[in-house]
Design a protein around this ligand. Structure first.
Ligand SMILES: Nc1nc2c(ncn2[C@@H]2O[C@H](COP(=O)(O)OP(=O)(O)OP(=O)(O)O)[C@@H](O)[C@H]2O)c(=O)[nH]1
Ligand SMILES: [Mg+2]
Length: 402
């Protein structure tokens, strides 16, 4: 599972990335600070089943914190865009190729309107963040169009000449960006394109196709960042009214970074996503730190309920991609793996996944030699095509490895 951070330059992408991963990266108030991509691990917060089953867990692929199961996902922060990037403005849009394999995007927007269209600092309230949403859509579509346009004429002729399955042929050509046959089929259907004679598609058709494909294959939520700046409130209200297609989460990456770092240093007790933190020892904080923490509490936590960074990540995974959490185990009674670890792994799978999909996700051999599975809650046997439910605990029985 890979999430890409996209957006105009100088809006707080790297700050969001640093807050989510605690990886140290350059952050500064001028455009194009980031050039090469930053990659790191962030955690989505699921439910740990240790409470429900009243057991002590030994997580392996994830962590348990007070009943929350922190499940790792990959997160990539790339260079920023400006309008016209697809025509080479700013750093261009070629660096988006680093996000080819991303499952979803988080669009970081300067909700305070404190950076102009080129990402230069300006008086808060000056730039309309709705314009930033719109220009980014165009840039992402043009990036996708560029990928599709390359070799298109040749591919269209081949599809017609060799009577290839158009969905399969296009998906194969775009497998590098993780496009599936179903994605292609949906996008072609939405635009209403001719599936027999793709060579007749106009350039405009291809752009519409790219636009739909982008929406389907790289779904996006909006992190309305810099929500700590008071004027952001009005803008966020308007963003919600004018960009109804999107899940919009008010965020303050800067506040989250401050809290996460203070927590790492042991100065405070803070769980990402919470609306409060606890100061461990007031004497260890200098007056500047106390003031900063007070501002975070007042401007962000009390007002918005959290810094939003964790919420944005969780919503991208659970609400946008609609992934579910599954706990595979090898012993249906003790809920352990073969080494005796209790509830060792929590896996993220697409809604609608079956027991066999889970087996494949664990290991190809398990998928191929799947016999049946056991729902560890009910102890019932389930078949390969059983549709998994969120928070199922499943034992797979297969001939592989026996
Ligand atoms: N007030 C406020 N400032 C923020 C917030 N997040 C980031 N910033 C500031 O915005 C500026 C840009 O932050 P970066 O994280 O470097 O932005 P970026 O989008 O990665 O920028 P480029 O890599 O240059 O495209 C820095 O001065 C940050 O301190 C926030 O939530 N609130
Ligand atoms: Mg950056």
């Amino acid at each position: 599972m890979i999430t890409g951070l996209v957006g105009k330059t100088n809006v707080g992408k790297s700050c969001f990335f640093a807050a989510a991963t605690l990886v140290e990266v350059p952050i500064s108030n001028y455009p194009f600070t980031t050039i090469d991509p930053n990659r790191g691990i962030a955690f989505v917060q699921g439910k740990c089943l240790c409470k429900e089953f009243n057991v002590e867990c030994n997580p392996r692929n994830s962590q348990c914190k007070d009943g929350l199961r922190l499940i790792p996902i990959n997160i990539i922060d790339v260079a920023g865009l400006v309008p016209g990037a697809h025509m080479g403005r700013g750093l261009g849009n070629k660096f988006l190729d680093d996000l080819r394999q991303a499952d979803a995007f988080i669009h970081i927007v300067d909700a305070a309107g404190s950076t102009d269209e080129e990402g230069r600092p300006c008086k808060p309230g000056t730039r309309d963040p709705v314009d930033d949403v719109r220009f980014l859509e165009v840039e992402l579509t043009m990036w996708m169009y560029g990928i599709i346009r390359k070799d298109w004429d040749k591919l269209a002729r081949r599809i017609e000449g060799e009577k290839l399955n158009i969905y399969h042929a296009i998906a194969e050509r775009l497998s590098g960006i993780g496009v599936t046959e179903l994605d292609v089929k949906k996008a072609i259907g939405l635009v209403g394109l001719d599936i027999v004679y793709p060579s007749r598609w106009t350039d405009e058709d291809l752009k519409k196709f790219a636009s739909e494909l982008r929406r389907i294959n790289k779904p996006m939520i909006i992190a309305a960042n810099k929500a700590d700046i008071p004027i952001a409130e009005e803008n966020i209200k308007r963003l919600k009214e004018e960009c109804k297609d999107y899940i919009i989460v008010p965020t303050s990456s800067e506040a989250e970074l401050l809290l996460r770092r203070a927590n790492e240093k042991g100065l405070i007790e803070y769980t990402p996503g919470n609306k409060e933190f606890k100061i461990n020892d007031l004497k260890k904080l200098d007056p500047k730190q106390i003031k900063a923490l007070e501002l975070v509490q007042g401007l962000i936590l009390n007002k918005w309920g959290s810094t939003g960074v964790q919420e944005a990540i969780d919503k991208a995974v659970f609400d946008l991609l609609k992934l579910i959490v599954i706990y595979p185990v090898e012993d249906e009674n003790k809920l352990t793996d073969k080494d005796g670890n209790v509830l060792p792994d929590a896996l993220l799978l697409p809604q609608g996944s079956t027991a066999r999909d889970l087996a494949y996700k664990i290991h190809t051999d398990l998928g191929e030699t799947f016999v049946r599975a056991i729902d560890c809650r009910t102890k019932r046997h389930i078949s390969a095509d059983y549709q998994l439910k969120n928070y199922d605990v499943i034992k797979i029985i297969a001939t592989a490895g026996k």
